[in-house]
Write a protein that binds this ligand. Sequence first.
Ligand SMILES: NC(=O)C1=CN([C@@H]2O[C@H](COP(=O)(O)OP(=O)(O)OC[C@H]3O[C@@H](n4cnc5c(N)ncnc54)[C@H](O)[C@@H]3O)[C@@H](O)[C@H]2O)C=CC1
Ligand SMILES: CC(=O)N[C@@H]1[C@@H](OP(=O)(O)OP(=O)(O)OC[C@H]2O[C@@H](n3ccc(=O)[nH]c3=O)[C@H](O)[C@@H]2O)O[C@H](C(=O)O)[C@@H](O)[C@@H]1O
Length: 420
Amino acid sequence: MSFDTISVIGLGYIGLPTAAAFASRQKHVVGVDVNQRAVDTINRGEIHIIEPDLARLVKSAVDDGYLRAVTRPEAADAFLIAVPTPFKDGHEPDLTYVRAAALSLAPILKPGDLVILESTSPVGTTEQMALWLADARPDLHFPQTAGEQADINIAYCPERVLPGKIVSELIKNDRVIGGMTPRCSARASELYRLFLEGECVITGSRTAEMCKLTENSFRDVNIAFANELSLICAEQGINVWELIRLANRHPRVNILQPGPGVGGHCIAVDPWFIVAQNPQQARLIRTARLVNDDKPAWVVEQVKSAVAECLFETNKRAGEVIIACFGLAFKPDIDDLRESPAVSIVQRIVSWHQGTTLVVEPNVRQLPEALAGHAALTALEDALNRADVLVMLVDHRQFKALPPSAIRQKWLVDTRGVWR
Ligand SMILES: NC(=O)C1=CN([C@@H]2O[C@H](COP(=O)(O)OP(=O)(O)OC[C@H]3O[C@@H](n4cnc5c(N)ncnc54)[C@H](O)[C@@H]3O)[C@@H](O)[C@H]2O)C=CC1
Ligand SMILES: CC(=O)N[C@@H]1[C@@H](OP(=O)(O)OP(=O)(O)OC[C@H]2O[C@@H](n3ccc(=O)[nH]c3=O)[C@H](O)[C@@H]2O)O[C@H](C(=O)O)[C@@H](O)[C@@H]1O
């Protein structure tokens, strides 16, 4: 059975590119989002997020009539759920968005439909989703209760695209397909093959859920190693970036880069899902999270030292020192501020600094609420001219292109090794 209409629930960084990818294969796609502004923007052929190449893809999908956005789900042959999965207080996973999205589909499901959960989720969420749906639609058979005879096919297929390269990785990356039954996996693979150039690798839903969490925890643990090295090197008076460059000349060593901390709503979040379910076993994964989460506080101490040096050498009063922070996004060349260590660092700086704090972030038009009124969003040139202390938080291309002369005679805190 072919997929005439495909529906994507949640039109954010994952759902919108996925919807546009199906539409680019001349499939009729109904995108669903509870955010009316996002729906209106997409229906104008525009996008509400920044991601390279996405604007062009969405525009042609909408102009050609293959993609339209709505606020309430409509009947389709396949549904992909890509809604947020944040954590609550105490780092427990928050599945309320997944539950709401699944329940919004329940009334329109019909035998033969395929429901895929793409949101990063703790182990067992797909089975839980099947139970929620089964409760809402006792007239239909779901895989857990009916095995291969189910009316509805359900699978967990995690997304592993890298922000900044989503459009190409969406097509090229291999995809893990975790069907609740072999038939569910087969249907999900058929669906993704509509646009996928990478391979569909089949497993069960629980392994697929754990696979996604494992990938991001692996990266988090390795970044924590680099961040721990940066603290050790600061004590020892060693340049950590030179050290890592040298160590990486070993054929079996590949250390990642230290930074101001780990941000984004994935790597800074997903490892906690493993910890929450396995508090006794997940010791290394938890420690890595703590090491990375502690890094912003350490950076702020470095900024305080730089300000103290500036005061000592210039005879300025504390209220006269101007600090400029470069970057707010959670990583280079994107506009996403979620869980950004840079935002947390600037928040901490403005809470003690008596003078002006400037922020340069070329990818946003206004400061987030937490900083509005406490710091000033400033043009790059202006910040370089006015500031005494420069704090490099995100290695955006505009900052990497600065000539050494632009930062001469300033007190520097460089969390990204750009000004080394
Ligand atoms: N952003 C990324 O790079 C990656 C994200 N993921 C995972 O994908 C999932 C989605 O992430 P993003 O796309 O980044 O989130 P996002 O926040 O950009 O987009 C989610 C969208 O879902 C909408 N939404 C929330 N509840 C809804 C509902 N009941 N019905 C319809 N729409 C609803 C929101 O309004 C929002 O537009 C998360 O689980 C995330 O961990 C996985 C891999 C990469
Ligand atoms: C295993 C892996 O590479 N996961 C990817 C990751 O995307 P994300 O953009 O969050 O990852 P990232 O580029 O490592 O950035 C995360 C954070 O880590 C920091 N970071 C990254 C690499 C490094 O050497 N040092 C470092 O400090 C970044 O600055 C950023 O604050 O998480 C995505 C997700 O799950 O959302 C996932 O789809 C992506 O493939």
